[in-house]
Design a protein around this ligand. Structure first.
Ligand code: GLV
Length: 390
């Protein structure tokens, strides 16, 4: 017997990766220090040094989330892994789930909950809209959900959703509050314990500036009580928190058993990115993102562009949305900036496609000099791309 399929010609060529300014909603550029951490030697995922690194990651996440939750860990997977983990573990088939949808992330959670057999109810607004506490309370009273989902950093719309008071409402109606902070963590103020968020997750590739592929998540005691007293097993083996809590040394058992092989390099990089945030300080990071965002917003308005979120207090500092300027084809503007400036911005996502162009300046990328680069690229694109419509 011999091989009949030859080595593919592409595999005999060197790997090519361009250097690009990643000024979209993520992944963001990874600083040399984090890249170097990810390039350290691989060790076994069950070696004692790795357990120490995982323990450090837990502490780093507790700081970034502002939580004392013991049940804190990083998922092996992107933000979607954390999203599925939260829903799969705290909801059982047939239970009621309330999802606020004002962009793509609520749409995703509604679909995930539906796929695992939950009774899904949605509160819906167009991208850019947000939900008042009165609207949320009315829906909690009506649908009596076990879980309410809200996106803090709605990257598809550029909205930072208010959180205060919602945790209290969820407690009043005996419901868990699940918050997505993938696009906002480290960039906009969020205090898990003080704001009574029961489950919070984020991604590695936004303001944390680690490579995509790991996702911090934390569950408080209310969430643990629900997920560890369920009658049925979660639909996913990989995301089953009974196993993951053992893998992360959170279940009090003397030994951590083999469950899956975690992304070792990804965890090394994540530890470094959490260390950078700890050194800088959360409040400094929030202030810095706000200042650079305000500088960018002013520059965009000076170019004659309109910001999609009118109320400054509701704008996400990490991802800014610009209303597509009259007459232009948004795809042409984006393609021009990639081609002539090696600079990525993106269009909308889900319901905001065709409505906005998105600029992200997150963590390492967050500086006024990068804002200037983004503004110069946009201004150049507006000059050189043809107007298609009157
Ligand atoms: C992805 O995370 C996005 O907001 O595009």
């Amino acid at each position: 017997s011999s091989v009949t399929i030859p080595p593919p010609a592409c595999m005999l060529l060197p790997l090519e990766v361009p250097n690009r300014y990643l000024f979209g909603p993520g992944p963001s550029n990874v600083p040399p220090r984090v890249l170097a951490a990810g390039g350290r030697p691989i060790i076994g995922h069950l070696h004692h040094e790795m357990y120490e690194i995982m323990n450090d990651i837990k502490k780093g996440i507790q700081y970034a989330f502002q939580t004392n939750n013991h049940m804190t860990l990083a998922m092996s997977g992107s933000g979607h892994a954390a999203m599925e983990c939260a829903v799969f573990n705290v909801v059982e088939p047939g239970e009621s789930v309330l999802v606020s949808v004002n962009g793509v992330w609520g749409e995703r959670v509604a679909e995930i909950a539906e796929r695992m057999g939950a009774k899904v109810h949605t509160l819906v607004k167009a991208p850019g809209g947000y939900f008042t506490n009165e609207e949320i309370e009315k829906a909690l009273a009506k649908h009596k959900p076990v879980l309410f989902f809200l996106t803090h950093g709605e990257s598809s719309a550029g909205l930072a959703h208010p959180i205060d008071g919602i945790g209290d409402l969820c407690r009043k109606y005996d419901c868990l509050l699940l918050v997505d902070s993938v696009a906002s963590l480290g960039a906009a103020p969020l205090l898990m314990d003080q704001q009574k968020i029961d489950i919070l997750y984020t991604g590695s590739q936004k303001a944390l500036n680690a490579p995509p592929g790991t996702a911090p998540i934390s569950f408080n005691d209310r969430a643990c009580h629900k997920m560890f007293n369920r009658k049925t097993k979660p639909v996913s083996y990989l995301f089953d928190m009974t196993h993951l809590s053992n893998y992360w040394g959170n279940d009090g058992k003397p030994a951590r058993d083999y469950h899956h092989t975690g992304p070792v390099s990804g965890f090394l990089a994540l530890r470094e990115s959490l260390a950078i945030l700890a050194e800088k300080g959360l409040e400094n990071s929030w202030r810095h993102h706000k200042e650079v965002a305000e500088y960018l917003w002013k520059g965009l308005e000076d170019l004659g562009l309109k910001l999609f979120i009118k109320d400054k207090d509701l704008r996400l500092p990490s991802v800014t949305t610009i209303t597509i300027p009259d007459g232009y084809e948004w795809k042409e503007l984006l393609a021009y900036m990639i081609k002539h400036h090696q600079l990525e911005m993106t269009g909308g996502l889900g319901p905001s496609i065709g409505m906005v162009i998105r600029v992200g300046l997150m963590g390492y990328n967050c500086s006024t000099s990068n804002a200037d680069k983004a503004l110069a690229a946009l201004s150049d694109a507006l000059k050189h791309c043809p107007k298609r419509k009157a």
